[in-house]
Ligand binder design. Structure first.
Ligand SMILES: [Zn+2]
Length: 230
């Protein structure tokens, strides 16, 4: 599998020794970091579990102040892991959601990578590996928080094949049932990226084809009407 990943220009990153041998974080040549499975794994398998670097109970405190306070109480390694994560809000011109607020770097990293512990929880967390799981509208993994163990588990939602990228959904289930335009608007507004998953690409191509065909039919109508009038 290493040879196959090398063939596709994917560099193996062994910087996360806590991941099991069949899971690896790799930097792709075009799409940033992804988590890959290196062997076939059946559905419902626990891929790995991880404790948070820090957790935030969202309240009235300013996010960047809150995060800096939390980071001051953790090991330097956790601080390094935090600042190594991607900050999608760094390029303000691409950020519509927070364009006027211009969050500090720590807040930008948080907003890009935070994971809520459950759908009903107001507590979110940053993880060294889990925060690198990317979005797909046809996700193949689900997260489950264990309050007793303070661990987030990553489970295979379906059978995985060696070389598959591990993906989860960044939106609630009801948004997942909406059209590609709605899903993309949601992701662009909250997470500052446009989903390039196969479902979005195929649906966008379908609607693009429908619009072109509709425009062609309208033009044809005008032309034939003009011809008849002549
Ligand atoms: Zn998508």
């Amino acid at each position: 599998m290493v040879d196959l990943l090398s063939f596709y220009g994917i560099l193996i990153n062994k910087s996360h020794p806590l991941l099991p041998p069949e899971i690896e974080i790799c930097k792709t040549s075009t799409m940033g970091y992804w988590i890959f499975v290196l062997s076939d794994i059946p559905a419902s398998t626990l891929l790995f579990s991880e404790s948070p670097l820090i957790t935030v109970n969202h309240g009235d405190a300013l996010l960047d102040v809150l995060i800096k306070t939390l980071l001051s109480a953790v090991y330097p390694h956790s601080i390094r892991c935090f600042y190594n994560l991607h900050n999608a809000h760094y390029c303000w011109e691409h950020s519509s959601y927070l364009f006027n607020h211009k969050p500090a770097i720590s807040a930008g990293i948080w907003l890009t990578n935070c994971v809520f512990l459950s759908t009903s929880s107001s507590t979110s967390a940053i993880f060294n590996a889990i925060s690198r799981i990317n979005h797909s509208c046809i996700l193949n993994a689900e997260l489950a928080w264990s309050k007793d163990h303070r661990l987030m588990g990553v489970f295979a939602k379906r059978d995985l094949m060696a070389g598959d990228k591990v993906s989860s959904s960044y939106f609630e289930e009801d948004v997942g049932h909406r059209l590609v335009q709605v899903r993309r608007k949601y992701l662009q507004g909250r997470w500052v990226f446009e989903s390039g998953c196969n479902r979005c690409i195929n649906e966008a191509a379908y609607w693009d084809g429908k619009h072109k065909s509709s425009a062609f039919d309208n033009n044809k109508g005008v032309e034939s009407k003009t011809w008849r009038e002549d």
